[in-house]
Write a new protein. Structure first.
Length: 281
């Protein structure tokens, strides 16, 4: 079975070959597809990561634009194409001219004028927005929820791809959510520790040992529940008892609201970790 990353490359090269049909001669189309595939393989460096491969393909841009570039290259070399055969080619060189060449740089062509590079950047951003659905409400959440989506359309950021590529990170977020959901239940403690605290500690350990998130992300992800529990409990508990109540009333209110604040903080921390996981490289 072809790996998903390889399938992305095959689909892209097939689209380019289809775009070249009727534009290039059969031998030119075969040569073009072969060079394009070789250049893609060189750029992906053997990666089987669907998201990374999708980014590589995005740098190549629209396959139809590559065909137009190939037509211009052949025209500059004086080589007739099928499109020219229907019109009046300025000059037809011998059929052997324009033999197989290495595929030139596409988007990363540093020799292009600044205006051309800027236009390419804008065009690539527009294509990316169309592919990823940016500008639409909750587009990132919809992309993440597309379990059956093609990673080329989602940038490799659908839920299935994320879970497959980051199983430990996904497990850490699930454990943190489970810890928050256990708070309302009056479970017997494990030794001197409450069950939600033990479960949360296990999820926090996985987050700390993750290679995906930065130190800042980890601090926010596992610090949000603690901050909400302590600071939120103090503030909300203090507001509920007012200024006339004594310490015992404040402590009672603190423990009444701190569990809920812990759940809210955990939810916010997990949302942040998930957001950063979507944007990971």
């Amino acid at each position: 079975m072809i790996e998903r990353a390889d399938q992305l490359v095959l689909n892209y090269v097939s689209k380019a070959a289809d775009a070249a049909h009727g534009v290039l001669r059969a031998d030119q189309r075969l040569d073009f597809a072969k060079r394009l595939r070789a250049r893609i393989e060189a750029e992906r460096h053997g990666s089987q990561n669907a998201r990374e491969v999708a980014k590589v393909l995005a740098r190549f841009g629209d396959p139809a634009a590559l065909v137009e570039r190939e037509v211009r290259r052949l025209a500059e070399a004086g080589v007739a194409t099928r499109r020219e055969a229907a019109g009046a080619p300025p000059e037809v060189a011998p059929r052997g001219t324009g033999s197989t060449l290495s595929f030139p740089a596409i988007v990363d062509d540093h020799g292009a004028p600044p205006g051309v590079r800027a236009y390419r950047r804008i065009a690539q951003e527009r294509v990316s927005r169309r592919q990823e659905g940016r500008g639409l409400p909750f587009a990132g959440l919809r992309r993440a929820a597309m379990f059956s989506a093609n990673p080329m359309a989602t940038g490799g950021r659908d839920a299935r791809t994320l879970i497959k590529e980051h199983p430990r990170d996904t497990a850490a977020m699930v454990i943190l959510v489970v810890a928050a959901l256990l708070v309302p239940f009056d479970l017997p403690p494990l030794a001197i520790f409450q069950v939600p605290v033990v479960v949360w500690a296990a999820g926090a350990a996985l987050v700390l040992f993750s290679d995906t998130w930065t130190v800042r992300d980890k601090i926010i992800g596992i610090g949000a529940p603690l901050l909400a529990y302590s600071v939120g409990g103090v503030l909300i508990g203090g507001l509920r008892v007012g200024t006339e109540a004594g310490l015992q009333a404040f402590i009672t209110q603190f423990f009444d609201v701190s569990g809920t604040m812990f759940m809210i903080g955990t939810g916010l921390g997990v949302v942040w970790l998930a957001y950063r996981l979507l944007d990971f490289n």
